[in-house]
Ligand binder design. Structure first.
Ligand SMILES: NC(=O)c1ccc[n+]([C@@H]2O[C@H](COP(=O)([O-])OP(=O)(O)OC[C@H]3O[C@@H](n4cnc5c(N)ncnc54)[C@H](O)[C@@H]3O)[C@@H](O)[C@H]2O)c1
Length: 345
């Protein structure tokens, strides 16, 4: 298949691009190269047959029309977004522009291209979203695909809005859409403003490891390469108009997660042990959701997909990857906002 993947220079998008190329798909990687992008994530593919990079903004309809016309994809996987909750608290406008207006512009460009092709049933617009659209859980319960939307941050509200647009374009115009909502991802190539790379790099540098509140927030962690695999499964096997929740079946409190990473580093870098001594509790994020957890029944039973990596295995691989790839992460430490406390409201 020829896939048009948006956001393919970011964390998850680049994992999808790398896997799709490995699986033999042709890939057009469309990305505006914002602060969160890093072309190093896809550098090994630059000469791969059937791989093309297009620098473009998803809000730029003329550029999108040109790219659809030039490449004539069989499917779109739409990942481009502003993705950092803390940045959405400080500056929600970019989140509305890209996540809402950008998704609307993508949908209209895709619809026009699809109509021009004679509305093929086989075309797919796969919208990639987050479990944060469902809001927060108490100590029990799981998000299913039928959980009502209740987003609590500007980021999750903008993603919720984009999900509604995609559903509506499927219902109203018949655009062949499929949707997925996944839990927190982690793994190689994770931009060093997100929790897990911050913990690894601060611990390595002997700097305080910031933990919001008491660290009791619970997340269901999904290894990014498992997520990429799930997304290509949803694209190829998912039912038209259906949404799929994707989780890692790996719930952990932030404090337990941080302590596990510290223990892995203690074994690999005993000179800095115990890294746990660097844990520093800081003021909580405003509107911080207590717990997210995914009920994976639908994707497991209908598509036969399950995560392949436990949290312990995934963290071990991730820590090792950061130890082996300083040349990847060091240049990112000077990007605007990295290493600063953002989103205090
Ligand atoms: N990271 C997670 O844990 C997680 C969990 C669930 C869902 N998601 C969703 O997955 C998708 C990818 O997340 P990520 O963590 O890889 O994000 P990321 O911030 O690492 O990457 C986003 C990419 O989108 C690009 N982009 C941003 N604005 C753009 C625009 N206007 N036009 C074109 N490209 C633009 C950026 O340059 C970047 O390469 C997002 O839609 C996000 O909401 C992420």
């Amino acid at each position: 298949m020829k896939l048009l993947i948006t956001g393919g220079a970011g964390f998850i998008g680049s994992a999808v691009v790398r896997l799709a190329v490995r699986q033999g798909h042709e890939v057009v990687n469309l990305d505006a190269l914002t602060y969160a992008a890093y072309l190093e994530n896809v550098a090994p593919l630059s000469n791969a047959p059937g791989y093309v990079f297009e620098e473009a903004d998803i809000r730029d309809r003329a550029a999108l029309d040109r790219i659809f016309e030039a490449h004539r994809p069989d499917a779109v996987m739409h990942l481009a977004a502003e993705s950092h909750v803390d940045r959405s608290i400080d500056g929600p406008s970019a989140f509305i522009d890209t996540n809402v207006t950008g998704t609307y512009t993508m949908l209209e460009a895709a619809r026009s291209y699809w109509a021009g092709q004679g509305r093929p049933d086989m075309f797919r617009f796969h919208h990639i979203s987050t479990d944060e659209v469902f809001g927060t859980l108490g100590e029990t319960g799981l998000f299913t695909e039928d959980t009502p939307y209740a987003p609590n941050s500007p980021y999750s509200a903008s993603k919720a809005a984009s999900d509604h647009l995609v559903r509506a374009w499927g219902e109203t115009y018949g655009l062949p859409v499929v949707m997925s909502n996944c839990s927190n991802n982690y793994g190689p190539y994770h931009f060093p403003e997100k929790l897990i790379p911050v913990v690894i790099l601060n611990a390595l540098h002997g700097q305080p490891i910031p933990v919001y509140g008491q660290g009791l927030n619970v997340r269901d962690w999904l290894y990014v390469e498992d997520h990429a695999d799930a997304l290509l499964t949803v694209l190829s096997k998912g039912a038209l108009g259906r949404s799929y929740n994707i989780g890692g079946e790996n719930e952990a409190t932030n404090i337990d997660l941080v302590k596990t990473i510290c223990a892995i580093l203690d074994a690999k870098k005993p000179g800095g042990a115990p890294h746990e001594r660097l844990i520093t509790f800081v003021a909580d994020r405003p509107g911080h959701d207590l717990r997210y957890a995914i009920d994976p029944t639908r994707i497991r039973d209908e598509l036969g997909w399950r995560p392949s990596v436990t949290l312990e295995e995934g963290l071990e691989r991730t820590v090792q990857w950061y130890l082996d790839n300083e040349a990847w992460w060091r240049p990112l430490l000077t990007r605007a906002g990295v290493g600063e406390r953002l989103g205090t409201g």
